[in-house]
Design a binder for this molecule. Structure first.
Ligand code: URA
Length: 426
């Protein structure tokens, strides 16, 4: 077997078998396959696709490229949730304490932001003292003791994905269903959780803008999860607007805290839909008592206190977050009309360019910068009215933040509000 034949086969849209896919994954990990050959195969997969068997073989081989975490020491039902990534998407901080309050064990391995999307670990690191690199032992003990731990993934889990993702990022092969499904599910199947709910984003600020393609991705991932013995569902949610009003690392934690303290906004609605699926999949709740249990966890203050417990357990000093020097600097609309579109992906990129994200993996982040989006699709805005607040530390960041006005489109005609939750895929 050799890699050139494998690339040739995919070039002509032929199906790869398990042995060929394993040969490819072994080769990228051992270094016997060169990056340019991997890049060629990735592009052939991007152009000609893979069927469900091939996606399954690729996922399995990637999963087996590293360590499998069995979580033997954690008793109880182990929960995982995963978002395909978006802007103002801080559901993890709302979902995990609620689920822990309701008696489940949340064992969550998270990632960093790259490009226009934020990352859970970066947001957590906005909190002074926070440790997001827990040893396996400490991670499992914390999940057992308080019901939540969120940590970065060790280099030993799915090393094949790290190699492939880095190459996809620079070869325009990220937006590819087989590659996204195998990348996400290899990591999810490498950890022995019982229930997994996927938040699959669709729209301008998501990986795949097309609805049917996104639904297909969700179905493939759900099927693979079930085949591996997990209880799985996917919630298809909109990324045609930033999810929370707040965008930025420290600000998004602040936004999540507001929801844990009772604010009922879009972040609350999507988080609730995801927790509800987790509860229904557990078999311990029905439609009605699931919703009530979620609101009780928030309204009783227990979810907020659990979040605080989790932050303190992981080294965080307090929930008083660092703030930018220019805090809530108003940015005024230059136009008048109904907001008809918000360029969500570009807003995520703008936050990155302001210093809130990284273009290259070793870039340093300014945790305090960001924006608060005050107007949503369908809102009427007058010229000179405040469209957003900027949170910045210098004039250069402010000048960048002010360009956010160009990322809103207006119409003279009333516009429908964006639908937030589309459907659940089982
Ligand atoms: N998230 C991942 O982990 N992998 C992808 O390919 C896309 C999003």
């Amino acid at each position: 077997m050799d890699i050139i034949n494998i690339i040739e086969k995919k070039k002509f849209s032929q199906k790869l078998n398990r042995e060929e896919i394993e040969f490819f994954v072994d080769g990228i990990c051992s270094g016997s396959i060169a990056d340019y050959q991997t890049a060629a195969l990735l592009m052939a997969i991007r152009l000609n696709g893979m069927d469900n068997d091939e996606i399954f073989f690729l996922t399995d081989a990637m999963k087996n490229s590293g360590q499998i975490l069995t979580f033997d020491s954690i008793k109880g039902t182990k929960i995982d949730k995963h978002s395909t990534g978006g802007v103002g998407d801080s559901t993890t901080f709302v979902i995990t304490p609620i689920v822990a309050v309701l008696g489940f064990k949340v064992a969550k391995l998270s990632g960093r932001g790259l490009g226009f999307t934020g990352g859970t670990l970066d947001k957590l690191e906005a909190i002074e003292g926070m440790n997001v690199a827990l040893s396996q032992e400490r991670f499992e003990k914390q999940v057992s003791d308080i019901g939540i731990a969120v940590s970065g993934q060790s280099a030993n889990i799915c090393p094949a994905d790290k190699i492939l993702y880095a190459l996809r990022d620079v070869t325009a092969t990220v937006d590819c269903i087989p590659l996204i499904a195998s990348s996400i599910m290899s990591k999810k199947l490498a950890v022995a959780t019982d229930i997994l709910v996927l938040d699959v984003k669709v729209g301008d600020g998501s990986l795949l803008n097309d609805y049917e393609q996104t639904k297909k991705l969700a179905q493939i991932m759900v099927d693979m999860g079930k085949q591996a013995g997990k209880k799985v569902a996917a919630v298809l949610t909109s990324m045609d607007e930033p999810l929370d009003e707040y965008i930025g690392n420290s600000l998004e934690v602040e936004g999540a805290i507001r929801v844990l303290k009772g604010e009922r906004n879009n972040l609350y609605k999507v988080s609730k839909a995801i927790v509800k699926e987790i509860l229904l999949l557990s078999g311990e709740f029905d439609e009605e008592n699931a919703e009530k249990a979620i609101d009780d966890a928030i309204d009783s203050g227990k979810a907020y206190r659990k979040f605080e417990e989790f932050i303190l357990a992981q080294g965080g000093k307090s929930l008083i977050l660092p703030k930018a020097k220019m805090y809530e600097h108003p940015i005024l609309s230059k136009c008048e009309g109904y907001v008809s579109k918000i360029h969500t992906r570009d807003i995520g990129s703008l936050n990155m360019h302001m210093g809130g994200g990284r273009m290259f993996k070793d870039d340093k982040i300014d945790y305090t910068v960001g924006m608060k989006i005050l107007k949503r699709v369908g809102d009427y805005v007058k010229k000179g009215e405040t469209l957003c607040y900027a949170y910045v530390n210098n004039d250069e960041q402010l000048a960048k933040a002010e360009t956010v006005v160009d990322l809103f489109e207006f119409s003279d005609l009333p516009q429908d509000k964006t639908k937030l939750i589309y459907e659940i895929v089982h």
